[in-house]
Design a protein around this ligand. Structure first.
Ligand code: PNS
Length: 161
């Protein structure tokens, strides 16, 4: 039976840190579903269709066992629907661990059949976050090498719109 994992997130925007975690998950699992949270409460930089396009361009083309999907509601319900064995989350620091731990335990309580696997980000991506990328770019700093090329192009387009 194929081992299937879900890698959930907001991906606004996708960073090289996310891509690194996806690559690590692909070494461990036969199928990896990158699951984009549709959260009407949040005002994102990129729309859901734009973020799906970015994920398709930058991730799906590189990793054959990856599929891109959207979800809303509880992550564990989506995991159950997709018969996933694991939820993948990337951690860069103790701060991330502290943020993740309550979610791991809550998700385990809600669905004990799905295990959360915390993967440690590579050193070079350990300070990269979507929010920092947006801030640095907005203030005119370079984000070269920290996000996929398509993200840079699309962020430049947003600036001129
Ligand atoms: O990229 P993010 O914003 O850090 O991802 C957070 C995400 C999507 C993993 C988290 O917000 C989530 O799982 N949301 C779905 C709703 C849910 O299941 N909430 C209970 C979590 S214990």
């Amino acid at each position: 039976m194929a081992r299937r994992a879900i890698y959930p997130g907001t991906f606004d925007p996708l960073t090289n840190g996310h891509v690194d975690i996806i690559a690590r998950a692909c070494h461990l699992f036969d199928e990896v579903i990158v699951a984009l949270l549709v959260n009407p409460g949040k005002l994102p930089l990129f729309t859901v269709p734009e973020r799906i396009e970015i994920l398709n361009e930058a991730v799906k083309s590189q990793f054959s066992q990856v599929s891109i999907e959207t979800f809303s509601g509880l992550l564990v319900d989506f995991a159950r629907q997709r018969q996933a064995h694991a939820i993948i989350r990337g951690i860069r620091s103790f701060k991330d661990y502290e943020y993740e731990l309550p979610m791991v335990l809550m998700n385990r309580r809600l669905n004990p059949e799905v295990e959360t696997v915390l993967l440690v980000a590579s050193e070079e991506n350990s300070y990269v976050s979507s929010s920092l990328i947006k801030e640095v770019f907005t203030l005119g700093g370079s984000i070269e090498g920290l996000v996929p090329e398509t993200v840079i192009e699309r962020m430049k387009q947003k600036k001129t719109q």
